[in-house]
Design a protein around this ligand. Sequence first.
Ligand code: HEC
Ligand code: HEC
Length: 207
Amino acid sequence: MSLSKPFPTTAGLRALALVMTALFAPLPANAAGDAEAGAKKAYTCLGCHGVKHYVNTYPTYHVPKIAGQHEAYLISALQAYRSKQRSHQSMQANAGLLSDQDIEDIAAYFASVGGKAPADASADAGIDLAQTCAACHGGDGNSVTPTNPILAGQYKSYIKQALRAYRSGERKNAIMAGFASGLSDDDINKLAEYFSDANGAIRTAPR
Ligand code: HEC
Ligand code: HEC
């Protein structure tokens, strides 16, 4: 392309259009969260979520990994603790201090600091039981739907705790209540084993 040409070429215009589209593309719906602001606001969370193998006592299970979790799911989880719809005293206390903007910023931050999602996230479930879960959480627990939490690589003890809580009704969710109600303790152990062993983006938050 010669610099002396008075008008841009068709190819040049096309390239320009692409650049403009990229620059002025509408922001995704959940872009309200500012991950940079969230990094500062998340400081108090790291005392638990930034410590590998940190455990909750009574009952004893691992504090869930939240780095790399879907942003939309993190927002809904924090809103559920804040409204006390989801039980857990210290999480209710922590979430109770957060504004909507804080929740969005913190969720954007934690979602952005995960590991790398496996490139070959396969869609086929490794065990029969997990096939029921595949439609929503992915065959290997790497859910692609932002409102469905990623299970792959989550702590086994936490997955068990969550499934028991849905089964008993302590954790209220219409969808999961239906899927957990028919599970035996043995089913729960197998499912927790399977999903926690899978490779996913989710991990302990960096400090
Ligand atoms: C005292 C330890 C502690 C602190 C501090 C803490 N958390 Fe938690 N968090 C937990 C435990 C334990 C759970 C699991 C509770 C349950 O079983 O529902 C949890 C659950 C969560 C979940 C739900 C995860 C999931 O997979 O459903 C989110 C999101 C979360 N915490 C975010 C935060 C944020 C954001 C902060 C800081 C504002 C924070 N936590 C501070 C211990 C803590
Ligand atoms: C129709 C969709 C759907 C199916 C099928 C489904 N789930 Fe879920 N699951 C969800 C949604 C949505 C949530 C988030 C609910 C909430 O906010 O508490 C969830 C939450 C969970 C959680 C909690 C994760 C966390 O981070 O706290 C676990 C564990 C789980 N599901 C396991 C399973 C297993 C095991 C199966 C199969 C037996 C299954 N799910 C089937 C939609 C589904």
